[in-house]
Ligand binder design. Sequence first.
Ligand code: SAH
Ligand code: SF4
Length: 346
Amino acid sequence: MNLRQDIRTLDIKTLEEKLAQAGEPKFRARQIHEWLWKKSARSFSEMTNLSKPLREKLEGTFFLHPVSENIVQKSKDGTVKLGMRLHDNRLIEGVMIPDEDRSTACVSSQVGCSLACTFCATGFLKRERNLDAGEIYDQVVLLNKYAIEHNGKPLTNIVYMGMGEPLLNYDNVMQSIRYITSPDGLNMAQKRITVSTSGIAKGIKRLTDEGMKFNLALSLHAATNEKRDKIMDINRSNTLEDVIEALNYFYNKTGNKVTFEYILFDKFNDSLEDAEHLISLYHQVPAFINIIEYNNVEGVELKKAKRETRDAFVAYLKKRNVQVAVRRSRGKDIDAACGQLANKNG
Ligand code: SAH
Ligand code: SF4
């Protein structure tokens, strides 16, 4: 049995107390904290401004288990997919998406996902466990290296759109955002972060009350309960009405518009009648709409909409003054695009 404690789950106050009990001065806690977060140390032995006996003492009392790189794949379009190994040998994936003016990291929040949306490769893996805040943070640190190496600029944006449902790992996701945005951590701006959710109404309300300033995206994909039930099981317990109510709560408190993500599926949700339903939802809460191209997933019957159908759908929305954008898919050749993360090469 491992009685040691994960040092990265301790806040600085607790660390100070623990060190005081061991007869160490207070400032040591700050030094250690800095090593853990700002300098992303991967072991106690790296903490060279601490004495060797103290490092050994730390080693005996705590553990530090960083995420390590497993496989790197690079797409024709410059997208980098990083397969990573956790201390318990489980695998996750994260993606770095380069652009002219930005480098975006797409990070995972869980190993697998419990929600099993019918179109998503991650949903075919069962949820094995939540990632802790340090493991989410590590993905950002590792992907940042590839942003600098392959895109000449550090990460500018982070999206929680990798494996898993972030709001079902609520505490760790929030804690990771706190560290990513803290001056004691990576010091990134909260407004550069987007959390994507399949629509957990309670979680949306809860995060509103945190008073943070990150963006929220809803994976909508169908604009009536009847259709949404068919592809996203979560809709049965969190109906569109529940979710819209939560999103209005979010908007009224933060003033932030949400983004509706809408994958166009051939002959499922791509008719002009579907567009009407979408417009009706759009009028119920201030939002932007992102139309997403479906990335094929083996074994899924749904197919991506035809290009002409998509263009007609988007033109229809635009004519009705809807704020809509079409999102290109990136990294498809290496299964790094949205919904394709499934540890295939693990
Ligand atoms: N669980 C969260 C976040 C991860 S999924 C959520 O569902 O929002 C990231 C995004 O990829 C979601 O919008 C999801 O619906 C979308 N997605 C899933 N499978 C996809 C696929 N095969 N093609 C395109 N997008 C997909
Ligand atoms: Fe999970 Fe999101 Fe995939 Fe649905 S779309 S199975 S919630 S990761």
